[in-house]
Design a protein around this ligand. Structure first.
Ligand SMILES: NC(=O)c1ccc[n+]([C@@H]2O[C@H](COP(=O)([O-])OP(=O)(O)OC[C@H]3O[C@@H](n4cnc5c(N)ncnc54)[C@H](O)[C@@H]3O)[C@@H](O)[C@H]2O)c1
Length: 247
């Protein structure tokens, strides 16, 4: 039984929620930091072992007080999964500075702020950080500048933190490809989508990804079994970024 707590940002829905549930199963305590209170309440109803702390990761005050609260409730913070994120896809001529700053503020600055306020706790616990990037850090569709830049920033933040916080704290990232989160959203947002045979078959692994594909990797990277691994990015995309496409 691991008496330490892991913080999972954006843990009220999607990949973050399944990661929090997975970590609970592996014996961690799990605190979900999320700005969506409705989703946070529903996640706790579904999985009563989770601790929900309302938090906007783009706000320094909010992160500081949520980290204090998590530490006060559980003592040691041994893991941090920086997962909160979203995108705004628009042609660059139409993208406002405010929209750009909002995406960078959550996806990249949020990871910086959570790492900053968790760092003293993680050092004491000899813990680990997992940052959630995206295969969009490596390749793009049109009109995804803010999201792609935020995820590219996560890769660099990951190796910088690994070098700064080692040897006490290991820091890695995961770059998911297409992950179907539709069954893991709050009820008012949940949809059922039947993906087509083509959606699945275009992946060398033969299927669209599931949140558990990312959650299991995060659990491994937080565990002592990954004690020699730091500063790395792990692509979990069913092989999509290894496939050449000639039209
Ligand atoms: N689903 C995919 O296909 C996919 C692929 C690659 C990367 N990712 C990344 O994985 C992460 C999770 O994605 P998801 O698909 O599960 O999304 P999701 O929308 O299902 O969940 C994201 C959660 O983050 C929360 N959040 C957003 N902004 C926040 C903020 N400022 N402070 C606190 N919480 C905030 C939301 O309320 C939500 O609960 C994101 O970083 C995303 O970029 C997802």
């Amino acid at each position: 039984m691991n008496e330490q707590i892991a913080i999972i940002t954006g843990g009220a829905q999607g990949i973050g929620k399944v990661t929090a549930q997975t970590l609970l199963r592996y014996g961690w305590q799990a605190a979900i930091f999320d700005c969506d209170e409705e989703a946070g309440r529903e996640a706790v109803e579904e999985t009563p072992g989770l601790l929900f702390l309302p938090c906007d990761v783009s706000s320094e005050e909010s992160v500081k007080s949520a980290v204090q609260e998590a530490a006060a409730r559980f003592g040691q913070i041994g893991g941090l999964v920086n997962n909160a994120g979203f995108g705004i896809n628009k042609p660059i001529e139409e993208m406002s500075l405010e929209e750009w700053n909002r995406v960078i503020g959550t996806n990249l600055t949020g990871a910086f702020l959570c790492a900053k306020y968790c760092a003293p706790h993680l050092r004491r616990a000899r813990g680990a950080i997992v940052n959630i990037s995206s295969t969009r850090a490596y390749m793009s569709e049109p009109h995804t500048e803010a999201y792609s830049a935020s995820k590219g920033g996560i890769l660099a933040l990951t190796h910088a933190l690994a070098v700064s916080l080692g040897p006490e704290v290991r820091v890695n990232s995961i770059s998911p490809g297409w992950i179907d989160v539709t069954g893991h959203q709050k009820a008012s947002r949940r949809k059922h989508i039947e993906w087509s045979a083509e959606d699945h078959a275009q992946h060398p692994a033969g299927r669209v990804g599931r949140p558990a594909d990312i959650a299991e990797m995060a659990a491994y990277l937080l565990s002592e079994k990954a004690g020699f691994i730091t500063g790395q990015d792990f692509v979990a995309d069913g092989g999509m970024t290894k496939k050449m496409i000639y039209v």
